[in-house]
Write a protein that binds this ligand. Structure first.
Ligand code: C5P
Length: 240
């Protein structure tokens, strides 16, 4: 992996802060080590708590993936991406279906910031079935649509895409090992699947070509989140 993709702390685990408010998120973060993971802040937490929480966690040393999945006209997305970059986030994302001009504008905007976060595309939401795509008059198989959007993201200057670990091996072959693959749906062996249907263990996901693993409940709901994270880090560090 290139240094740009690998970043400051070398952990490949992104802990998903799926909490309704800052108090619960900060309580969890106090049990984590900022050199042992990164953090993902999504729409609920950001909408409730805003940039203040992002700044607070960055000040504690955490790399932040701001998962707001921007999708709008190029000028609006570019301005939002610039604002996120100026906030100091480590990674942010946009919908690849917003098109080439939107993604290129986002890329250009974050290059103008003193910080240069990784810019990641969202391809086909995993909640969408073939039938759902059909209603949008997208009639190719889901995996082909994922490949099409991931290729467009790469050609538009994005650093990588969010994808299922099940797609990582194929996308890694199609787009090259330097194209960053960020994969949710990860479950350590012998833990609950929760509501995830297609899961992979951390080791299998890294072996399939994932660069970063988004992991929520197995860590956030553990009695000892630090110990679970430590175990996952040891497991994946022993692969390289
Ligand atoms: O708790 P869990 O590990 O299932 O959390 C996974 C995180 O990744 C959640 O924030 C979820 O919304 C997100 N995610 C996902 N599947 C996708 C895209 C994002 O699980 N396809």
């Amino acid at each position: 992996m290139s240094d740009r993709i690998l970043s400051r702390n070398r952990s490949r685990v992104i802990v998903s802060l799926d909490f309704p408010d800052a108090k619960q998120a900060v309580t969890l973060c106090e049990k984590l080590d900022s050199s042992a993971c990164k953090l993902k802040i999504g729409k609920e937490l950001f909408t409730r708590e805003g940039p203040v929480l992002v700044e607070q966690l960055i000040a504690k040393g955490f790399d932040i993936f701001l998962d707001l999945k921007y999708h709008d006209i190029p000028n609006t997305v570019a301005s939002a991406c610039r604002a996120a970059a100026d906030l100091g986030v480590w990674m942010l994302n946009v919908h690849a279906s917003g098109g080439r001009a939107m993604m290129e504008a986002a890329r250009e905007a974050i290059e103008q910031s003193a910080n240069s976060p990784l810019l990641i595309g969202v391809t086909v939401l995993t909640s969408l079935s073939k039938e759902d795509l059909g209603e949008l008059d997208i009639n190719k198989p889901v995996d082909q649509q994922v490949s099409l959007l991931a290729n467009l993201a790469k050609r538009s200057g994005l650093d990588g895409v969010v994808c299922s670990a099940m797609e990582a091996s194929r996308l890694s072959k199609e787009l090259g090992k330097e194209f960053c693959l960020v994969t949710p749906g990860i479950r350590p062996a012998n833990t609950s699947n929760d509501d995830q249907k297609r899961i992979m263990t951390p080791t299998d996901a890294i072996n399939a070509g994932s660069h970063y693993l988004v992991i929520g409940r197995p860590i956030t709901r553990a009695d000892d989140p630090f110990a679970v994270l430590d175990k996952i880090n040891s497991e994946i560090n022993s692969i390289n």
